[in-house]
Ligand binder design. Structure first.
Ligand code: MN
Length: 292
C-alpha cells in the first residue's frame, strides 16, 4: 500500500484570479470540498499577496502548488535572446513566489508560451530552454522547490507534446529536481494510450493533472480513467493528483484565453469539485485493490 496521494484542485474551478478576496474564497471552497492542495496559476502574480496567501493556506491546512506558462514575448524557447531573457525573468519571479508561499512545486509550460506556434521548435530555441531551466533548477534546489515539465498538446506548445519528448528534455537539463508532469487531457490528444507513458516516466513522475477530454465533469467524457489510475498504482505514484476543469462560468482575464475556454461546461464549481474529489478517491482505491 503506497502513501495516500495529496488530492488537489486548480483555483480556476473557483475564481478567475489571485487577488486577496479571490484567494480567500478559493481556500475556503477547496477545504470545504475536502481537498488537500490548492493549485494557483501565477499568470497574474503581481496581484498576489504572498504573505497573506501563505497564512491563509496554513490556517486551512492546505498544501500549495504553483503553475504557469510563459508568453510569446517572454519565451525561453525563442531564438531571440531578449525574448528568452524576459521569459527567464518571469520564471525567476515565479520561483520567488513559490518559495514565499512555502510551496515545493513550480510546474506547467515553464519552457514556452502557452499557445499555438506557427512553426516547429528550433534547435537554438531548445538549447535556450535547456540552459534557462538548468539554471532555474539549480536555484530552485537551494529553496527545496521541484520544477515540473507539464506535457502539453500541440496547440499549447511545440516544445514537449509527449512523455518521450519530456523525458529527453529532462535528461538534457540534467538536474534531479526536474520532474515530469502528466495531464490526462493532453495525453488524450497526443499519446497512444493512458498506460505506456506512465510506465515510461516511472519514478520521474512528480505531478498529475486529472481532466476530462472536454475539461468538464470527470466521468462525463471519453477518457479511460481506470487504465490511467491502474498505471499510477503500478508505478507506486504517491505524488499530488490535481483536478483541472475550466468553464466560461469562471473566467481568468489571461489564462482562460490561453487555454481556449470558450464554452460553459458547468456552472456550480462546488458540485463539480466535490464529485471530482470523490471520483479520484474511488479510482485510487479501485486501482490499489488490484495492485496490492
Ligand atoms: Mn494541466
Amino acid at each position: 500500500m503506497t502513501a495516500r496521494n495529496p488530492i488537489g484542485v486548480h483555483a480556476l474551478v473557483w475564481v478567475g484570479g489571485t487577488r486577496p478576496d479571490e484567494i480567500a474564497e478559493a481556500v475556503r471552497r477547496t477545504r470545504a470540498a475536502g481537498f488537500d492542495l490548492l493549485e494557483l496559476s501565477l499568470h497574474e502574480m503581481e496581484v498576489l499577496d504572498v504573505a497573506d496567501t501563505r497564512r491563509a493556506l496554513q490556517d486551512a491546512g492546505l498544501q500549495v502548488a504553483c503553475s504557469r506558462g510563459l508568453a510569446f514575448d517572454a519565451d525561453v524557447s525563442s531564438d531571440d535572446p531578449e525574448v528568452v531573457a524576459r521569459g527567464a525573468a518571469i520564471l525567476q519571479d515565479s520561483l520567488e513566489v513559490v518559495a514565499g508561499l512555502g510551496g515545493s512545486v513550480l510546474t506547467g509550460a515553464l519552457y514556452s508560451a502557452l499557445g499555438k506556434y506557427g512553426r516547429p521548435l528550433t534547435s537554438a530555441g531548445r538549447a535556450n530552454v535547456v540552459a534557462v531551466l538548468r539554471d532555474l533548477a539549480r536555484e530552485a534546489a537551494g529553496r527545496d522547490v521541484t520544477l515540473g515539465l507539464e506535457i502539453c498538446n500541440r496547440y499549447e506548445t511545440n516544445v514537449i507534446n509527449t512523455a518521450r519528448d519530456a523525458l529527453r528534455l529532462a535528461d538534457d537539463i540534467g538536474e534531479d529536481n526536474v520532474m515530469i508532469h502528466l495531464d490526462t487531457y493532453h495525453m488524450n490528444i497526443e499519446e497512444s494510450d493512458f498506460v505506456t507513458p506512465v510506465l515510461e516516466v516511472g519514478d520521474r513522475l512528480g505531478y498529475v493533472h486529472i481532466g476530462e477530454n472536454h475539461r468538464g465533469y470527470l466521468g462525463s467524457g471519453s477518457i479511460d480513467f481506470p487504465a490511467f489510475f491502474h498505471a499510477l498504482a503500478t508505478i507506486g505514484f504517491d505524488g499530488p493528483i490535481t483536478f483541472e476543469s475550466f468553464s466560461s462560468a469562471v473566467v481568468s482575464p489571461t489564462l482562460s484565453n490561453d487555454l481556449a475556454v470558450w464554452r460553459s461546461l458547468w456552472t456550480d464549481g462546488d458540485d463539480l469539485a466535490r464529485r471530482a474529489h470523490q471520483f479520484i478517491e474511488t479510482h485510487l482505491a479501485a486501482a490499489a485493490s488490484i495492485s496490492a
